[in-house]
Ligand binder design. Structure first.
Ligand SMILES: Cc1cc2nc3c(=O)[nH]c(=O)nc-3n(C[C@H](O)[C@H](O)[C@H](O)COP(=O)(O)OP(=O)(O)OC[C@H]3O[C@@H](n4cnc5c(N)ncnc54)[C@H](O)[C@@H]3O)c2cc1C
Length: 493
């Protein structure tokens, strides 16, 4: 049922959190579905449950909306866009166009970011919840106390089915000395004042890369350290190598294959000591950001007692219908320890609710999930890398196109990046797409549809793409499987 058709429920606001109009007097203690965690996965699950006509309770221990709106996607992306505007000012991309770079008023930038977070938390979570009268919202910490029992801050409830959507939190490796210094994580790094003069970023996967470039563009001298051989280590090697070059071109100091041995803060500055090969090196900076991954929030939830199995990293183990080892309990979102993107969390929440409540057997399909890193240029990929496709035994064919050959990039004087398509030579089906481009995130969706719906390289080639768009690059890359692009006239024709 569209949300507009719902009867609006009155809310009492306690602090910034809504509580149902019954507040603590909510008499109901039995629900068809209890969802633990009020982030994107939890919201999607609760809304789907209510849409299907079931009574639903949604329990959130902290701030409504969870990671994405409060401490993840929204604050990070608006800060990235803000410093991008600063970075581009004063650039010399277009002959005859002179722009000047002004100063950064960082407290204003952070305040503007906070306003957006507040606005979107209100409109996308608090107001949306108000439109679903069949969802009871509890502010409290939940734990399982039996097959169908949930305790919320000392009060017990019964639920026919339970969905755990408690998300994940920043994780740091056990590096000697790290516990003894107050380092930044992805949350505190989005609220840091004043702007530091120098920063070491440990970890060069999506979060580390985004924040490293953000601070470098704001004027901080950044050293980016990665233990693996390349930055963006799970992407196609050509993309990792090209991005490294662009970041170094902007002044970031990038160090790979670096095993950190010890961290200290003897005189107000952080010292990170370790080795790459035989040589021991120490890096020094005013701030240290640890961006070495996220781990599932599963501690204290009573999961083991409830027969919910956990993996080595504390993630909830689920089958392909998102059911845990306990048949009454499902899990979705970051808490299952993989594909940590907000749209995957929402997809999982919805799917878990349908499977739990209706007995549907919808399976979790990860084959086409778009993976994005919001650096500039952005990384966007979907499907299989060339290496993975070969490991799986495909007869692989590959096409690589520098963005400099895409008319949109030529006209915009931004030739940075490349497109790499991976296809099955036997069937001509697209297996994977890997893009490094200023707006790769917009381009990847064409490839996502192609991978999901089995579209062939030939079909991509024969489809019209609007001229002078970056997505046209995908058509050009499809043509480049069999034709020299120098032989083409305008419009990929
Ligand atoms: C810096 C950063 C940038 C990101 N950028 C992007 C991006 O641009 N695009 C993108 O797609 N993804 C991005 N992500 C990832 C995205 O934010 C997450 O994948 C998504 O928010 C996960 O949603 P979730 O519902 O699984 O968990 P969460 O949103 O974390 O929600 C879990 C909720 O459960 C609550 N909870 C925990 N334990 C309990 C308990 N016992 N009882 C009750 N409640 C509990 C928590 O308080 C939390 O609110 C980013 C993440 C970070 C950290």
């Amino acid at each position: 049922m569209p949300s507009g058709q719902h009867k609006r429920r009155r809310f009492t606001i306690i602090g910034e959190h809504p509580v149902s109009e019954f507040g603590k007097l909510e008499l109901k203690d039995r629900f068809d579905l209890m969802v633990i965690g009020g982030g994107s996965a939890g919201f999607a699950a609760a809304i789907r449950g209510a849409e299907l006509g079931f009574s639903v309770a949604l329990v959130e221990a902290d701030t409504i909306g969870g990671t994405c709106v409060n401490i993840g996607c929204i604050p990070s992306k608006t800060l990235i866009r803000a410093v991008e505007a600063h970075h581009q000012a004063g650039g010399k991309r277009f002959r005859g166009i002179e722009t000047l770079q002004g100063r950064i008023d960082w407290p204003q930038v952070l305040a503007h970011k906070d306003e957006l977070v507040l606005e979107l938390r209100q409109t996308k979570y608090t107001d949306v919840l108000a439109a679903y009268p069949d969802i009871a919202y509890f502010r409290g910490r939940a734990r399982l106390t039996g097959n169908n029992r949930v305790d919320v801050d000392g009060r017990g409830y019964t639920a026919s089915k339970i969905i755990i959507a408690t998300g994940a939190k920043p994780w740091a490796p056990p590096i000697p000395g790290l516990d003894e210094v107050p380092y930044l994580d992805s949350t505190s790094a989005l609220d840091l004042q004043p702007l530091p003069t120098s920063m070491i970023v440990l970890g060069a996967n999506a979060v580390g890369l985004e924040l490293a470039q953000l601070y470098a563009r704001a004027g901080t001298k950044v050293t980016l350290i990665e233990v693996l051989p390349s930055i963006a280590p799970f992407e196609d090697p050509a993309i990792s190598a090209a991005l490294r070059g662009y970041l170094e071109g902007e002044g970031l100091h990038v160090v790979t294959r670096f095993m950190t041995r010890v961290v200290a803060k003897p005189n107000g500055h952080y010292l990170v000591t370790g080795s790459s090969g035989d040589a021991e090196r120490t890096f020094e900076a005013e701030q240290l950001l640890v961006a070495t991954g996220r781990r599932a929030n599963t501690a204290g939830l009573g999961l083991e007692e409830a027969g919910v199995g956990l993996g080595e990293r504390g993630e909830i183990l689920v089958d392909d219908r998102l059911q845990t080892h306990n048949p009454f309990v499902y899990a979705a979102g970051d808490v299952i320890g993989k594909d940590m993107f907000v749209y995957v969390a929402a997809y999982g929440g919805m799917l878990a609710a349908e499977n739990a409540l209706t007995g549907a057997a919808r399976t979790y399909d990860a084959s086409y999930i778009p993976r994005l890193t919001f650096t500039d240029p952005q990384i966007a990929s979907a499907g299989l890398t060339e290496d993975r496709a070969r490991q799986l035994g495909y007869d692989v064919k590959v096409s690589t196109l520098p963005m400099g050959q895409v008319p949109h990039a030529q006209a915009g004087r931004d030739p940075r990046g490349l497109i790499k398509l991976v296809a099955d030579a036997a069937t001509d089906r697209l297996l994977g797409a890997h893009i490094l481009a200023s707006n790769a995130g917009e381009m990847i969706q064409t490839a996502v549809l192609a991978i999901r719906f089995g579209i062939t390289v030939g079909e991509l080639r024969e489809t019209m793409f609007p001229y002078l768009t970056s997505s046209e690059g995908l058509k050009l890359a499809a043509i480049a499987f069999e034709k020299d692009l120098a032989m083409l006239s305008c419009c990929a024709g």
